[in-house]
Design a protein around this ligand. Structure first.
Ligand SMILES: [Zn+2]
Ligand SMILES: [Zn+2]
Length: 174
């Protein structure tokens, strides 16, 4: 396959525009733009590059926001497979967290927990907007009801509860 730097540039521009659109809250449009960006990434970098993994993850996030959970799971698994081999560890943890959110939305609590704790030395906070870093599992507090979400602070837990988690959380015996 020929490497086309202009195609790569288009993909980068498209991703940036997508971020701006997402901030504006236009979810359907954002999903379409992530699909286009992914096509360009696959054409330029192939199906197993970290650049392509970025777009699999971004499309997965858009699909999750749009409640297209089965397709979100499909593309997030692709992102995880690449990122767990090629890194960085933080990106792999972000994609595992996103897939755990898909499981949560489907009531698959054991799988949500398994996905988050699959690498206990590299986890992210379950609050989506937590400033990015990885944590050891022991550094995080888990939700006392579902026992499947993990937070770096009470502040992140409260914010995520209001913004997202309270819609899904159910007490479990796990
Ligand atoms: Zn919970
Ligand atoms: Zn946090």
């Amino acid at each position: 396959m020929n490497f086309n730097p202009f195609g790569a540039l288009d993909a980068a521009t498209l991703s940036h525009e997508t971020v701006l659109r997402t901030e504006a809250g236009d979810d359907e449009d954002s999903e379409q733009r992530h699909r286009q960006a992914l096509e360009l990434k696959v054409a330029n970098f192939g199906t197993d590059s970290v650049n392509t993994a970025f777009s699999y993850n971004a499309l997965g996030e858009a699909l999750l926001r749009n409640d297209k959970l089965a397709e979100a799971e499909e593309v997030l698994i692709k992102a995880i497979v690449i990122r767990e081999v090629k890194g960085p560890a933080f990106d792999a943890a972000v994609s595992r967290e996103n897939l755990a959110c898909v499981c949560e939305a489907q009531g698959r609590w054991a799988q949500a927990k398994d996905m988050r704790t699959r690498n206990r030395e590299n986890m992210v906070c379950s609050h989506y907007k937590c400033p990015g870093t990885t944590f050891l599992m022991d550094e995080l507090k888990k939700c006392s009801l579902c026992k499947a979400t993990y937070y770096c602070s009470i502040k992140c837990q409260v914010t995520d509860w209001k913004a997202r988690h309270k819609r899904f959380c159910t007490p479990t015996e796990v």
